[in-house]
Design a protein around this ligand. Structure first.
Ligand SMILES: Cc1ncc(COP(=O)(O)O)c(C=O)c1O
Length: 368
């Protein structure tokens, strides 16, 4: 079996977890968080070149707390893609604000900046670009648009740790960046998340929100929740940070190899390969291709051969039962993508044989 993703856990994580258990301090409800939470935050902030990182217990909590910290409330609107994991939309909806869906571009599966102007209104307060599959969204155009309309930009970088745009890390480009450390992600703590920001004000609010709005004990100053990251999770995350560069390097090597194999084996008309350009660097969280007609056939043959080829996301959020009640208008490219994409494994545990086997099976499915 070749899974779509695989956590990279070794002796170092095991040792760190045992140290936490031996010390017996499993979490901290202090404003700054536990020792390992703080270590992880420092490592993440340094990696991304941002002033603050605030660890929380999921990517969803990262998004939810950012929206609260931004002061967004019932009646406000936030522009988001529908082609994303539903957590992006749920984090908006649970604050009472309205998610307004915008279409995506074919080459990156991320927000089409042109479609923002069709959906912006007097109620719009923010944009949440999602760097889907690790592909950075067109941040220069999105940031220009946001400035023009005085909107905040909260990046959903849950899938894009290590991806960059014009040399800057995703998650460091908007007012806040949100990361997930869910088990499948390039860096994991099982469950976990983080928000990054250069704003002292947002950082302070986010630290309060993750801990019931408290600063010095029972002094709830703003609305908050329990979004704290436990020390065992922080110990895993902190250890993973130390090998992040090498894990990203392995993913990149695997993705380039698979790209080369598929390009050589398969006619361009049959398959849309990931499009790279000078301005972006992918973390290769997922290697996602698209087929105009053959997607389901390729997926079946790969799955039958033990390859965890996976479809993310069909249906798109606006076509799920809960979100169908929102008026979403025309989202042509989103609907095309949801019927066409297929993600293939390129995680660091793959061997050259695995990559050859994946490419061979894609070729076989197309030619059968
Ligand atoms: C694009 C996107 N946004 C948000 C999330 C939510 O993160 P989590 O599962 O850690 O809550 C995920 C995680 O899968 C995601 O992929």
């Amino acid at each position: 079996m070749i899974p779509i993703n695989k956590p990279q856990i070794d002796e170092n994580e095991r040792e760190e977890i045992l140290k936490v258990l031996d010390e017996g301090i499993l979490t901290s409800a202090s404003f700054s968080g536990g020792k390992r939470v703080q270590d992880f935050e420092r490592l993440l902030a340094n990696f991304l070149h941002v002033k603050h990182a605030i660890a929380v217990n999921s990517g969803t909590a990262a998004l939810h707390s950012s929206i609260l910290a931004a002061g967004i409330k019932e009646g406000d609107e936030i522009l988001i893609p529908s082609f994303t994991f539903v957590a992006t939309a749920n984090s908006v909806a649970c604050t009472g604000a309205k998610p307004v869906f915008v279409d995506i571009e074919k080459d990156t599966y991320t927000i089409n900046p042109q479609s923002l102007k069709n959906k912006v209104s007097k109620k719009t307060r923010a944009i949440i670009p999602v760097h889907l599959y690790g592909h950075p969204a067109k941040m220069d155009e999105i940031l220009d648009f946001a400035r023009k309309y005085s909107l905040l930009v909260i990046e959903d970088a849950c899938q894009s740790l290590g991806s960059s745009y014009d040399g800057k890390q995703t998650g460091s480009l908007g007012e806040m960046g949100c990361f997930s450390m869910y088990a499948s992600k390039v860096l994991t703590s099982g469950e976990g998340g983080a928000i990054t920001t250069n704003s002292d004000e947002f950082a302070e609010k986010l630290r309060m929100i993750r801990n019931h709005g408290m600063v010095e004990g029972y002094d709830t100053r703003i609305l908050g929740f329990n979004m704290r990251l436990p020390e065992i999770s922080a110990a895993i995350a902190k250890t993973q940070m130390k090998k992040l560069e090498s894990m990203l390097y392995k993913r990149t090597t695997n993705a380039k190899k698979l790209q080369e194999l598929l390009r050589n084996k398969i006619d361009n008309h049959e398959i849309v390969l990931p499009q790279e350009n000078q301005r972006v660097k992918y973390n290769w969280y997922l290697y996602t291709v698209a087929f105009n007609n053959l997607r389901n056939r390729v997926k079946k043959l790969l799955n039958d051969n033990g390859i965890g080829a996976t479809i993310y996301y069909d249906p798109p959020v606006h076509q799920t039962p809960y979100y169908s009640k929102f008026d979403s208008g025309d989202l042509k490219m989103t609907e095309w993508a949801s019927k066409s994409v297929l993600s293939l494994p390129v995680h660091p545990s793959l061997s050259e044989n695995d990559l050859n086997f994946i490419a061979l099976k894609v070729e076989e499915a197309i030619k059968s």
